[in-house]
Design a protein around this ligand. Structure first.
Ligand SMILES: Cc1ncc(COP(=O)(O)O)c(C=O)c1O
Length: 396
């Protein structure tokens, strides 16, 4: 069968690949500790489960409106009003099967072939692949020399008449960086000046630490409202990755195109999961706070253990649940005769030798780095990082 050029050009998700390999080793009985997945290990909130049960018993098991049940879209508007003081109406909200398909649909409604989209690297694995799928051109702006905060001079240089959108991921996966007000103001103003859409992926907005504050870009640059599509969802902060619910908010006209595109792909997100998300947004705020506290302690533990490791350097993360570290000093060394040629090889050897799963930085368009996700118990963090330290100490 002929396989399209588009499909052949696609790189599979590295994070899903690492997770799958770790799971398969685990099934073989190996004592794997996976720092691969961006997935909280907590149970989903009780309110989500209760709402889902009630929905199933009450017969809410059919197609829903393509853009999502009104009850959930209303809750999303209430959340944005409460948390950021932003007024949206349910018609400006599309509920999707996770944040990921919403990003894809938003890009599909923005990009014509050859159009450019600014992506700040290191960047989450799917942005570039999704842009390419619509024959768009990802234009990468490296932020690694400025503590992962884009510098406006670099961004200005990357803008051309073909620039249609910029994707901002704040807090960032994989770096854990939080964009400051000045950076957001500069980027927002630049977008307004050049009529560039802003895709504002704030899926980790509840997960910020060290007294830092997450900024909603529209509170800083309200004039960018007609150009901004906000992406969020219950996956990370509410520990609901498997329910697959995300939401997008933006200008009505654009949202209606996104809704139409979704109508041709998934029809709608799972009805039961949408009801679970109503329960989460209505009643799970305390659960989010409790999980946040645990994440904060895990972050501190991970950072302190990593500071004791040889050959790695990193900027301390302030948000999300990742530590992004440089492994240049380990590249070129050997472990028991196996040469570490690059970040991917390092991750491969660590998994096979110590059963510790990490994600190579090349997947985030930034070779020479590795990402660790600390969404594991403290016990697992101690054990897994202990093994990783041992590995680094054994390098020759
Ligand atoms: C930056 C970022 N955006 C979007 C997503 C997708 O979230 P969801 O699981 O809701 O599709 C992820 C998940 O890893 C992410 O890290």
């Amino acid at each position: 069968m002929y396989i399209s050029q588009r499909a052949r050009n696609m790189e599979p998700s590295a994070t899903l690949a690492v997770t799958a390999k770790a799971k398969s080793l685990k099934r073989e009985g190996k004592p794997v500790i996976s720092f691969g997945a961006g997935e909280p290990d907590f149970d989903s909130p009780a309110s989500a489960i209760r709402y889902a049960e009630e929905a199933m018993k009450g017969g809410q098991t059919h197609y829903t409106p393509g853009i999502g049940i009104p009850e959930l879209r209303e809750q999303v508007c209430a959340y944005y009003k409460d948390r950021f003081g932003l007024e949206y109406s349910p018609a400006d909200v599309v509920v999707g099967s996770g944040a990921k398909p919403l990003l894809y649909e938003a890009l599909g409604c923005i990009i014509d072939p050859g159009d450019e989209v600014l992506v700040f690297t290191p960047a989450w694995v799917s942005y570039v692949e999704q842009i390419r799928f619509f024959d768009g051109v990802p234009v990468l702006v490296d932020t690694s020399k400025t503590d992962f905060i884009p510098r406006i001079v670099d961004v200005k240089k990357a803008v051309t008449p073909k620039t249609r959108a910029m994707i901002l991921n704040n807090p960032s996966n994989p770096t854990g960086a939080i964009y400051d007000e000045e950076c957001l103001r500069d980027l927002g103003k630049l977008a307004v000046e050049h009529n560039i859409a802003i895709i504002y992926d704030e899926i980790y907005e509840r997960l910020v630490y060290c007294g830092e504050k997450h900024h909603q870009i529209l509170n800083i640059v309200p004039e960018a409202r007609d150009l901004t599509i906000i992406i969020n969802g219950v996956s990370k902060a509410f520990a609901m990755t498997g329910w697959r619910i995300g939401y997008a908010l933006g200008p009505s006209k654009m949202m209606s195109y996104i809704g139409d595109l979704q109508g041709h792909i998934t029809s709608n997100a799972s009805s039961v999961a949408q009801w679970a998300s109503v329960g989460a947004l209505k009643e799970a705020d305390e659960d989010v706070k409790t999980m946040h506290k645990a994440f904060s302690a895990r972050r501190d533990l991970t950072v302190s253990l990593m500071k004791e490791m040889p050959y790695i350097t990193f900027t301390e993360p302030k948000g999300a649940f990742y530590v992004w570290f440089n492994v240049d000093q380990a590249i070129g060394k050997s472990w028991k005769g196996q040469k570490i040629t690059d970040d991917a090889e390092l991750c491969k050897i660590v998994l096979e030798a110590k059963y510790v799963a990490l994600v190579p930085g090349s997947a985030f368009m930034s070779p020479g780095h590795v990402r660790i996700s600390y969404s594991n118990s403290e016990e697992e963090i101690r054990e897994g990082l202990g093994r990783f330290k041992e590995f680094l100490e054994e390098l020759e």
